[in-house]
Design a protein around this ligand. Structure first.
Ligand SMILES: Nc1ncnc2c1ncn2[C@@H]1O[C@H](COP(=O)(O)OP(=O)(O)OP(=O)(O)O)[C@@H](O)[C@H]1O
Length: 297
């Protein structure tokens, strides 16, 4: 079978350009020389086995980590590695584990996400002058709009800890959207969801794209990712193994091998493919008896 590493023509201008991003933790290189572009109007999926470096890469994009090497640019401007400045620039994210303010209401949680878009400072807030009140009203209106959008407006005054799990995940997305991002990063948005909730999340992500926000999403649910994404990038052992349309990626033998845990060498391109094919051919020829394998002898 012939495999191709193809990146389709960009659908718009680049929103995110990560170039040669490397992140080392002492002796461990969690992300190695990864480049990735997300264009306006795109949903891009990022997949890879556990420990492949996906979240570390997200952390490099959002300023939580300062990459050891590489550059991250948003709409052509290099981003400073500071989370609040990255959010202010136009990139918002959700986390693998829910990070809501449990004792705040649904509306308040979304309002927290608005703070980077509110100009009013501390004095204005303390004095509660007309400027502050106008800004506060505008923020509340926008937050309510977002709650309508995700279908939680009727629960605006509920404590977030009382929401069912699927709604908490939705609320996290609303909070991220409150900063009016041009790019939304979702880290495993369907983790722990039932099939209906997953389906609803898929619809929500499409709607977010319709509204003009590009999306980069990490997911382990392959059906979700291949349905959703215009393009999928695969990370294995910190390196980008390949990138392409869902059709190309899901048919790629290296991806199948990586998910089955076949060890990869340093080069993720043709060398690795040759290794995987050679290993598979050897395994077919030897046909080791099952009992010997299970005994590990
Ligand atoms: N702060 C850290 N310090 C040291 N090592 C780290 C740190 N963060 C991540 N790592 C290591 O970097 C590698 C990549 O981890 P990362 O969490 O980015 O993978 P992942 O692809 O997101 O995995 P998963 O799908 O399980 O969430 C792992 O070996 C992990 O142990």
């Amino acid at each position: 079978m012939t495999t191709t590493t193809t990146t389709p023509a960009p659908t718009g201008t680049a929103v995110l350009e990560a170039t040669g991003v490397t992140m080392r933790f002492g002796g461990l290189t969690a992300v190695r020389d990864v480049s990735l572009t997300v264009n306006t109007g795109e949903i891009v999926g990022l997949i890879g086995p556990n420990g492949a470096g996906k979240t570390t890469f997200f952390n490099c994009l959002t300023g939580l980590y300062v990459p050891t090497e590489g550059r991250v640019a948003y709409k052509g401007t290099t981003l400073p590695p500071k989370p609040h400045l990255v959010t202010k620039a136009g990139i918002a994210r959700t986390f693998q584990n829910i990070r809501l303010f449990a004792n705040m209401t649904v509306l308040e949680n979304v309002l927290v996400g608005r703070h980077t878009r509110t100009r009013e400072g501390l004095f204005s807030a303390l004095l509660r002058g007309p400027g502050f009140r106008r800004a506060e009203a505008a923020s509340t209106a926008r937050a309510m709009e977002l709650l309508e959008f995700i279908g939680l407006a009727h629960k605006a005054d509920h404590l977030s800890r009382n929401l069912p799990y699927g709604e908490q995940r939705k609320l996290e997305i609303a909070r991220a959207l409150a900063s009016d991002p041009g790019l939304l990063l979702l880290d495993e948005p369907t983790a722990g969801m039932n099939p209906q909730e997953t389906r609803a999340t898929e619809e929500l992500v499409f709607a977010i794209r319709e509204q003009g926000t590009a999306v980069l999403v990490i997911e382990h649910d392959m059906r979700f990712i291949f349905n959703l994404s215009d393009r999928v990038a695969v990370l294995v052992q910190g390196q980008k193994l390949l990138e392409g349309t869902p059709d190309i990626v899901q048919a790629d033998e290296r991806v199948i091998a990586a998910y089955l845990g076949t060890p990869m060498d340093t080069a993720p391109e043709d060398e690795a493919l040759a290794e995987v094919q050679a290993a598979e051919a050897a395994a077919t020829k030897t046909e080791t008896p099952r009992t010997t394998k299970e005994d590990g002898k």
